[in-house]
Every structure is written in structure tokens, then in C-alpha cells.
Design a protein around this ligand. Structure first.
Ligand SMILES: *Cc1c(COP(=O)(O)O)cnc(C)c1O
Length: 376
């Protein structure tokens, strides 16, 4: 049987009854727009993230764009983030009117490198946007200290890190605000698009609630020129069902990642590492090797579908070339993108499937070429 990168089919089978009931409830109530389930989910997800407010929006991209606007970051401002993230991080900075400044990542963790970050700060810098990439928390103690020293805001892109913790604290509760995506394949995913902002900032929460809903204060009374980017009520109802399983799913992800590590230890692939005091939630299980495309082909021959996150860096994309600032060479980003390989991982893959995949990878993979860079 084929093994997809993320087995949403099995996940849905396991929850089918509960999800059907939750959707039927929305239809029975008929409160499709900003309905009961949206408010209930917002409360539950805020509590889960250990923060005061959650504001549901249409996508992760909306979440980041609106957060920046709500914090007054826009034209003439610079926001520093990492070059190896999904394009949405940089797009949102651009859509808010600000300039994305892209820096290289730490070669061990793939997350924002504090040294690169410091060297990119200018008098236009307003915020730092660490991405908890692949589900691993960023080095938030160091990043927060740098932000405090330079008077910068921290906004977390937590789209890959639902439930992760650093030093016991939930990702999403470190910055001024944090942005989540509920794209179906994320650790907490809807049956379509969805996103949210979590924050302890009362003013920002108030502004966001209005901005996502045509800038309205009450119906037909508009205080700001807002948008239509609300979290859909049916999606919120689905997310409420799934949120109850998130911690167990993340535990399972960690166990399955450990199994990959066991089987792949001592082979040519470079395995993921976890920073001290972090609870990684393995949104993706990413390894590196020198012949990535051959390994993908070998897996595909057995109907196993691996992924690449991400094959082409943002600053080299036609859409972004003239938009981003790249203060220093993105050596790791540019060399690693040819070696990165995301192996299938989700709570509904079996241990036996992991063993099968790992055996093929172990047999085919050759050493990563950028290993020397990593060890420098
Ligand atoms: C998925 C993702 C986003 C965008 O979320 P959408 O809901 O797809 O708009 C932003 N940043 C990161 C790091 C992501 O992985």
C-alpha cells in the first residue's frame, strides 16, 4: 500500500464520527459566520497555548499579515526572519507593507541563527520573526534577549509547531503574538484552510477581531478598513475535535521520530538534532543526504512519497527576488536545499512503515556534501 507524506485519510477515519457530529451541529445551528464553534475553539486554543487571546482567521498567511499590520509594522520597516522558511512568512511581511530581511539558519537546528540575526539588525528593524521550523522550537531565550536589547518585537511563526515547548513554555507564548496555520497537513489541521493568532496583548487582540471582520466594531459600524478573513465555523468545529488529540498525536510523532533515528543511526543521512530543553513536535522529519533526488526516486518506486521543505529558497524565487533584503550570503540555505529530504511522518503511520522507509533510505543515501559547512 502507498505511503503518503502525511496520511490524512487514516486520521480522518479515526475521527470520522466525531467530526461528522461536529459539522452537523454547525449546520443545525446555522451559525456559519463567526459562529459558536469559532468562539469555543478560540477559547480552547488560547488555553492550550497558555495565552489570553486567540483570534481565528482564514489562513496562516492572513494570521501573519494581520498581526504585523495590527502592531503598526509596515512601509519602511524591516522584519528579520530566516531564509529557509515557507514563502508565506516572507510574503506576509511584504503584504503588510514591510521588507523581509532574510538570514541564514543554524546548521544543526535549521532555525534562526542568533549571530546572523544580530548582524542583520538596522535602524529600520522593527521585529524578529522566528519560525519554529519542522516543529522544533527556536532558541527563544537568546532571541528574546536580543529583541529586548534592541527594542524589537518578536512575532513567532508557529505554523509548524502546535504544542511544542521550550523550557516548559508553549511555542506561541513567547512573542508579542504568534501565528498558526491549520492547513490540513499541519500538526493541528482543518479540512480546509484556517489560521489563528494567539497573544497576551489586549489591544492587538481587539484590533485583530475587528480587522478580520471588515473592521467592524459592531454590525455595520466600522472602525478600521478591515478584511474578510475569518476562521470558518465548520473548520473551527473540526479543529475543536482534533485539538483534543493534539498532545497524544505529538507524543506519537516523537516516538516515530525516535524510531527513524534508531534505524538511521550510523547511515549516511544527517539526522535532526533537538536543542536543550525543547519538546520538538516533528511536524516534519527532515534528514539530509548527497543524492536526495535518487532517494526520492527509490522511495517512489515503492509507492512511498517523501517531500522537500523547501527545494528553492525564497530569495531566488521570481516573486521575491526584488522584494527581500539579504544582508549576508545564505550559504547554508543555498547548499542545504539540494540535500533536504522530509520522510513520511504523521501520527497515523505505523512503526513497520517507518522501518520499511528507513531501510530504503539507509540502502540508497550517500553522504551530504555540505557536511563540512555544518561542522565549521
Ligand atoms: C504553512 C505555513 C504558513 C502558511 O500557512 P497557510 O495556512 O498555508 O497560509 C506560514 N509559515 C509556515 C512556516 C508554514 O509552514
Amino acid at each position: 500500500m502507498a505511503i503518503p507524506l502525511v496520511n490524512l485519510k487514516r486520521q480522518h477515519e479515526a475521527l470520522r464520527n466525531a467530526i461528522d457530529t461536529a459539522i452537523a451541529e454547525v449546520v443545525n445551528r446555522g451559525d456559519y459566520i463567526l459562529g459558536n464553534a469559532v468562539h469555543a475553539f478560540e477559547q480552547e486554543f488560547a488555553q492550550y497555548c497558555e495565552v489570553k487571546h486567540c483570534i481565528g482567521v482564514g489562513s496562516g498567511l492572513d494570521a501573519i499579515t494581520l498581526t504585523l499590520k495590527g502592531l503598526g509594522i509596515g512601509r519602511g520597516d524591516e522584519v528579520i526572519t530566516q531564509a529557509n522558511t515557507f514563502i508565506a512568512t516572507a510574503l506576509a511581511i511584504h503584504h503588510a507593507g514591510a521588507t523581509p530581511v532574510l538570514v541564514d539558519h543554524n546548521p544543526q537546528t535549521y532555525n534562526l541563527d542568533p549571530k546572523q540575526l544580530i548582524s542583520a539588525i538596522t535602524n529600520k528593524t522593527k521585529a524578529i520573526m522566528p519560525v519554529h521550523l519542522y516543529g522544533q522550537p527556536s532558541q527563544m531565550d537568546t532571541i528574546s534577549a536580543i529583541a529586548a536589547e534592541h527594542g524589537l518585537l518578536v512575532i513567532e511563526d508557529a505554523a509548524q509547531a502546535h504544542g511544542a515547548r521550550f523550557q516548559g513554555q508553549r511555542c506561541g507564548s513567547f512573542g508579542q503574538a504568534a501565528c498558526f496555520s491549520f492547513y490540513p497537513g499541519k500538526n493541528l489541521g482543518a479540512l480546509g484552510d484556517g489560521g489563528a493568532i494567539v497573544t497576551n496583548d489586549d489591544d492587538l487582540a481587539y484590533w485583530l477581531r475587528s480587522a478580520r471582520n471588515y473592521g467592524s466594531k459592531s454590525k455595520y459600524e466600522h472602525m478600521i478598513p478591515g478584511y474578510n478573513c475569518r476562521l470558518d465555523t465548520i473548520q473551527a468545529a473540526v479543529l475543536r475535535v482534533k485539538l483534543q488529540h493534539l498532545d497524544i498525536w505529538n507524543d506519537t510523532r516523537r516516538q516515530l521520530a525516535a524510531r527513524y533515528m534508531d534505524v538511521l543511526e550510523g547511515t549516511h543521512v544527517v539526522l535532526p538534532t533537538t536543542i536543550d530543553d525543547a519538546e520538538h513536535v516533528y511536524h516534519l522529519f527532515v534528514v539530509r543526504c548527497g543524492n536526495r533526488d535518487e532517494v526520492i526516486e527509490a522511495l517512489k518506486n515503492e509507492e512511498i512519497f517523501a517531500g522537500v521543505h523547501y527545494p528553492q529558497p525564497i530569495h531566488t524565487q521570481d516573486a521575491m527576488r526584488r522584494i527581500c533584503i539579504v544582508p549576508r550570503p545564505l550559504t547554508n540555505t543555498e547548499s542545504y536545499c539540494n540535500e533536504l529530504l522530509s520522510l513520511p511522518l504523521c501520527p497515523y503511520i505505523t512503526g513497520r512503515e517507518i522501518d520499511m522507509i528507513a531501510a530504503i533510505v539507509a540502502r540508497v543515501a550517500e553522504p551530504a556534501k555540505s557536511i563540512a559547512l555544518q561542522e565549521k
